[in-house]
Design a protein around this ligand. Structure first.
Ligand SMILES: Cc1cc2nc3c(=O)[nH]c(=O)nc-3n(C[C@H](O)[C@H](O)[C@H](O)COP(=O)(O)O)c2cc1C
Length: 426
């Protein structure tokens, strides 16, 4: 369930609030970025991060299959969905599926699933720090040891240099990107702390976006994680622009935001909706622009209402962010990344042909089957997951509504192929 809420799709695609943005010449902005390059901090922080956009963490969607498809279409960086620190520390056992983040969806998808940022969320600084170390080390130590580190209060106070002295996780070579994904294949390239998820508190403990109402606790988490990780592992932050629209909460945001950079976080991705808004209503690009202007020199990414490729460059041009997090706009639309690269090359963004759509539908299903291979009924699980994507994929088809209806009934691979044969023949 993670950061999903019942209202996650309540916002019909509409632009963020950005007076004057519609008149910007997005083609010129894209071309200028293509010619002069993206912000130097991007590849300097994460080698390979060579374009000013990435695929956001999207609980329930952004597993290795979706990430690999995005990368094949030019996405330079992906973030996993938010994983609850305790889920990671417990190895996934003892936590209901409905709780936050599943280990399964956060497992790297092999050599091609890089660079990858692992996202964590939680309520306790010690547990968050231990979980971050475990994530970076890919569980190189015994599970019990990480739990002891989390409970022992030794993290970040210099008593135990966890992470710093730990050996790099060994990198076995794998030819198959997904089949071996339960094994430690490679470490994550950065750790992202989620202070944005609007899902309610549990047992009166804050987590995700609810930390915006408790800035001291939020900063304690940011500090514990940064202190626990070796310097070579960048830390980043995902945060909402505020908890709500009161001046007090806006001040809280600034306090946490500033603290993150002071602590050495490489950048923050600011979702320009409040926590209270969840996913409903427009995001406030105007306020995002204010934040960027108030803190020149800071590397800031923007999130909210990126529905089509032009929005990426419109947000950069309007707000001055260094880059953009693409979220709902890339569900069933990996071509948004190819189109962004088209525009940076000064070309028109190419819509996907029917043949390209079919190829992606086949590849995504095949990858998802392999991601789900260890489940009891992989085909059933995959059919269910892929239905969510198919509804979005169908939007590219000239007979979108009919195709969508056909996909809704799909339960397994045979039926999936049936729809492809019926609607996606040349
Ligand atoms: C279904 C769903 C799941 C999400 N899961 C996560 C998550 O795990 N981590 C995260 O940082 N953001 C998550 N988000 C938030 C998105 O990354 C993004 O900030 C938000 O959707 C705003 O962008 P958009 O309006 O362009 O979709 C999720 C959003 C949705 C709709």
């Amino acid at each position: 369930m993670s950061c999903e809420t019942a209202s996650r799709n309540a916002t019909a695609p509409e632009p963020g609030i950005a007076p004057g943005a519609q008149t910007l010449d997005v083609r010129a902005i894209a071309r200028a970025i293509g010619r002069h390059g993206r912000h130097p901090a991007l590849p300097a922080t994460i080698p390979g991060f060579d374009a000013p956009f990435f695929q956001a963490g999207l609980a329930g969607y952004s597993d290795a299959a979706m990430r690999l498809i995005a990368r094949r279409h030019g996405c330079p960086l992906c973030v996993t969905e938010a994983l609850l620190d305790r889920t990671l520390l417990s190895g996934g056992r003892g936590f209901a599926k409905a709780d936050l983040g599943e280990l399964h969806d956060n497992v790297p998808g092999g050599e091609d699933d890089h660079p990858l940022v692992g996202q964590l969320m939680g309520s306790d600084p010690g547990e968050m720090a231990a979980a971050a170390v475990k994530m970076v080390e890919q569980g190189a130590r015994a599970a019990r040891e990480y739990r002891e580190l989390a409970g022992g209060g030794a993290i970040g106070n210099g008593q135990l240099a966890i992470g710093r002295d730990a050996p790099e996780a060994s990198l076995p070579s794998h030819s198959d990107p997904i089949a071996n994904c339960q094994l430690p294949i490679a470490t994550f390239q950065a750790i992202d702390i989620n202070l944005a998820c609007p899902v309610k508190k549990i047992a009166k403990k804050a987590r995700g976006g609810h930390w915006l109402a408790e800035p001291q606790g939020a900063i304690a988490i940011l500090k514990a994680v940064r202190d626990a990780l070796p310097e070579r592992v960048p830390c980043t932050l995902k945060i909402r622009r505020s908890y709500d629209d009161t001046p007090e909460m806006a001040r809280n945001f600034m306090r946490i935001f500033d603290a993150a950079y002071d602590l050495g976080y490489a950048w923050a991705t600011v979702h320009a909706r409040t926590v209270q808004q969840k996913y409903v209503g427009p995001s406030r690009w105007d306020l995002l622009r204010d934040i960027v202007q108030q803190r020149p020199g800071r590397v800031v990414f923007g999130s909210g209402d990126i529905w089509q490729v032009q929005d990426i460059f419109r947000m950069i041009g309007y707000t001055g962010v260094a880059g953009v997090s693409v979220a709902r706009g890339c569900i069933g639309n990996p071509w948004i990344f190819r189109q962004a690269r088209d525009m940076m090359a000064g070309e028109d963004p190419r819509p996907p042909t029917i043949a390209e759509q079919r190829q992606v539908l086949e590849d995504h299903f095949a990858l998802a089957l392999r991601v789900n291979a260890t489940m009891r009924d992989p085909e059933h699980v995959t059919g269910k997951t892929m239905r969510k994507f198919a509804i979005r994929f169908a939007q590219h088809h000239p007979a979108g509504e009919e195709v969508r209806k056909r996909f809704i009934g799909v339960k397994g691979l045979e039926e999936w192929r049936g729809v492809l044969g019926e609607w996606y023949e040349q």
